[in-house]
Design a protein around this ligand. Structure first.
Ligand code: FES
Length: 347
């Protein structure tokens, strides 16, 4: 049986077919709600059910706190209606030229950025448009039905190419191939299949100052956003906090320093959580989101764009909203979820 889902405050509705999640039904109807992982591990699709019944699906209590659950919040990428529903969610306005497509791509280059990070350049088919908003991601589609998600690390397609930043996850089937850990290493000219662009992580039109927050390769979509701002001479004040365990994890810190030198109103704050004496690190230390709170205890007039490991993103969302006055709808996030994260949620 299908059900009608009404979305507030947009005042729009769509039909969810039997077994469809709220998010899938919205996307199928051409309405984009906030989303990232689509597998119940990141909380980007968190939204409120105002009335009606639904099956919550994969354990939302693992990533939503008790207060959220008590108020009717759930994960729209997991929840399936069992009656007509009224929900509260932001409707994401996509650029009109953005179409999600599946296509083959050719590996054009594998460039080491750090001992455990590779820049993967993909050659796209010249006959197919691949437009995206800086911050969005694509998925690799593998023959066994599995998928891997990576954000574009560039603001737009150039020469039919896009770049991704891939961190080695030892034991991970895909990244072991990139880092030569299998007898089937991925190499230039190999063909892969992708779907994209995906996700709702991109800059919203606004004039509030921006806090960019990244951990590890969460830098990739932030890089795309900043380069997009530079390209269109967007002068909004912006500060980037990029956190890593060791200084070498901030693998393009020189690029971020160059942005600071070249663009008035842009500041870069590198933060290291586990500096050792041999690192000679004289910069900020500790957890990256706590560095933001120390510098900007009042975030009530900011927008935050955060990307990185799910625990960092969730801690930032919670603390910025509850302790620093950030409006909940001014926090935009993309959380990198690994196969290990997904397995934990499925367990
Ligand atoms: Fe639903 Fe990530 S998109 S939890």
């Amino acid at each position: 049986m299908s059900f009608k889902v009404s979305v507030q405050p947009a005042g729009r509705d769509f039909i969810a077919e039997p077994g469809q999640t709220i998010l899938d039904a919205a996307l199928a109807a051409g309405m984009v709600l906030p989303y990232s992982c689509r597998n119940g591990t990141c909380s980007t699709c968190r939204g409120k059910v105002v009335s009606g019944s639904y099956e919550a699906g994969v354990a939302p209590e693992r990533i939503l706190d008790a207060a959220d659950l008590a108020q009717g919040y759930t994960l729209f990428c997991q929840a399936r209606p069992t009656s007509d529903l009224c929900i509260e969610a932001e409707e994401v306005r996509m650029r009109g030229d953005i179409v999600v497509r599946k296509m083959p791509v050719r590996v054009q280059a594998l460039t080491p950025l750090a001992t455990d990070v590779i820049e993967l350049t993909l050659q796209l088919p010249s006959a197919e448009a691949f437009n995206f908003q800086p911050g969005q991601y694509l998925e690799f589609l593998f023959k066994d039905g599995s998928r891997r998600s990576y954000s574009m690390a560039c603001a737009q397609v150039h020469d039919h190419r896009v770049q991704l930043h891939v961190r080695h996850m030892p034991g991970g089937a895909f990244t072991d191939r990139l880092f030569g850990g299998t007898d089937q290493p991925l190499k230039a000219r190999d063909i892969l299949r992708i779907e994209g662009p995906l996700g709702s992580f991109f800059l919203r039109d606004d004039d509030r100052p921006i806090v960019f927050l990244a951990s590890g390769t969460g830098f990739a979509p932030i890089k795309a956003m900043v380069e997009g701002m530079l390209a269109r001479d967007d002068r909004r004040p912006a500060v980037l906090y990029w956190g890593g365990r060791r200084p070498a994890d901030l693998y393009q810190a020189d690029l971020a320093r160059a942005w600071q030198a070249q663009r008035p109103g842009f500041t870069f704050v590198p933060v290291v959580s586990d500096a050792r004496p041999e690192d000679g690190w004289a910069g900020r230390t500790g957890w990256v989101h706590q560095a933001v709170m120390a510098d900007l205890p009042d975030l009530s007039a900011h927008q935050v764009y955060a990307c990185g490991a799910p625990p960092m993103v969730e801690a930032a969302r919670r603390d910025f909203v509850h302790l620093c006055g950030l409006p909940p709808d001014a926090f935009y996030a993309d959380a990198f979820t690994s196969e290990a994260d997904r397995a934990e949620v499925r367990a």
